[in-house]
Design a protein around this ligand. Sequence first.
Ligand SMILES: NC(=O)c1ccc[n+]([C@@H]2O[C@H](COP(=O)([O-])OP(=O)(O)OC[C@H]3O[C@@H](n4cnc5c(N)ncnc54)[C@H](O)[C@@H]3O)[C@@H](O)[C@H]2O)c1
Length: 438
Amino acid sequence: MRIAMIGTGYVGLVSGACFADFGHEVVCVDKDAKKIAALRAGEIPIFEPGLDELVARSVRERRLSFTTDLAPAVREAEVVFVAVGTPARRGDGHSDLTFVYEAAREIAAAAQGNMVLVTKSTVPVGTGDEIERIVRSARPDLNIAVVSNPEFLREGAAITDFKRPDRIVIGTDDALAGDVMREVYRPLYLNNPPLLFTGRRTAELIKYAANAFLATKITFINEIADLCEAVGANVQEVARGIGLDNRIGPKFLHAGPGYGGSCFPKDTLALIKTAQEADAPINIVETVISVNEARKQALAKRVSDACGGSLAGKIVAVLGLTFKPNTDDMRDAPSLVLVPALIDAGAIVRAHDPQGMEQAKRLLPGAHFSDGPYQAAEGADALVIVTEWDAYRALDLDRIRSGMKSPVVVDLRNIYRPDEMAAKGFRYFSIGRPAAGD
Ligand SMILES: NC(=O)c1ccc[n+]([C@@H]2O[C@H](COP(=O)([O-])OP(=O)(O)OC[C@H]3O[C@@H](n4cnc5c(N)ncnc54)[C@H](O)[C@@H]3O)[C@@H](O)[C@H]2O)c1
């Protein structure tokens, strides 16, 4: 099938490359000329494991191309996906749909025949209705079916998630559009993922409900971790003890610095806005948002407490800046709250991240950046692990210890064991676990 993907960011590029790998003919469109020029030159503008090879193969085999010119891409396509950004609107937390509606108008203007317009961006309930109104009034001569097909991929594992999804949600009441979507995803049938057909509004809401549930699960275990610290219990054992219950499940029960990233913060906010406006507030998600925010705000105090109550003049090494490993995405990362708070408290921050430093340098102007974890730790009064990159999981602890001025480690991801850290001579603070010997 001929597919146009409007928006070539994390979701558009991965989806476009995967569809092309399935054998579809895909044109990825983006307004960002630099991004398209880079892609045409064989450079991948984001870090996502395996994406470079996938893109190169489909480009070589002429199934995948890139352009800034939306109109010809849309004219040739049977299916047009919209994967543009839907950030939180400044000030009120509503989802900013400017890019989505603009794309819808451009698609309608360029369309030459009947087509299926699929919203892959995460959009609030009712957005599909508005897109339909826009395209109908612009092109009463055409039959453009508007379908919702939310995306559930995770950055860092995006290709596997896209090719082996837990489910594919397709929101449409239009039988013909449903058949087209079956055809788009037919190459996935081998893996047999459930194809869930729903109404369009339901599909839109499924995406928000999924993210809000996961954000709630993380926030729940984070509060249990705080309780563990207060009463001398171990949150990892509690998580295992409850996670083995099939009704609960083991995933998303890792206590840490609070959720961040490009989706959970903005999607939880947008969901509570939708709910408030519908006069059906979701109190639990409102609480999750404020608990998570407070947690991020309190991170610097954890470090300060570990350093004896003051950070003035102290050198703090920060390992990991991205919101999770295996991505270069810095959007709403906990480090964006922690690092400025450390600096405000008088600390000198030396940060390192395997992939996120280029973006981080723009976002954390007061921080210094090191070439590696050992360089960051050299002469430091404390070392804070913020993101659990593999590169930090097996550090040479003797080398770290001997380089540091004072052997304080604050592990916000629980990647080390309190007993091994104590044996190496560290004063080790983690999340929701008793210190060695307690
Ligand atoms: N990032 C994720 O992990 C993830 C996962 C699931 C769903 N989503 C959702 O997918 C959507 C896209 O997210 P993302 O992270 O890929 O965003 P992104 O910011 O990385 O990419 C969006 C791209 O769209 C382009 N764009 C905007 N308007 C355009 C237009 N009119 N024509 C052509 N290009 C245009 C931008 O230049 C940008 O490159 C969002 O709604 C997001 O919530 C994201």
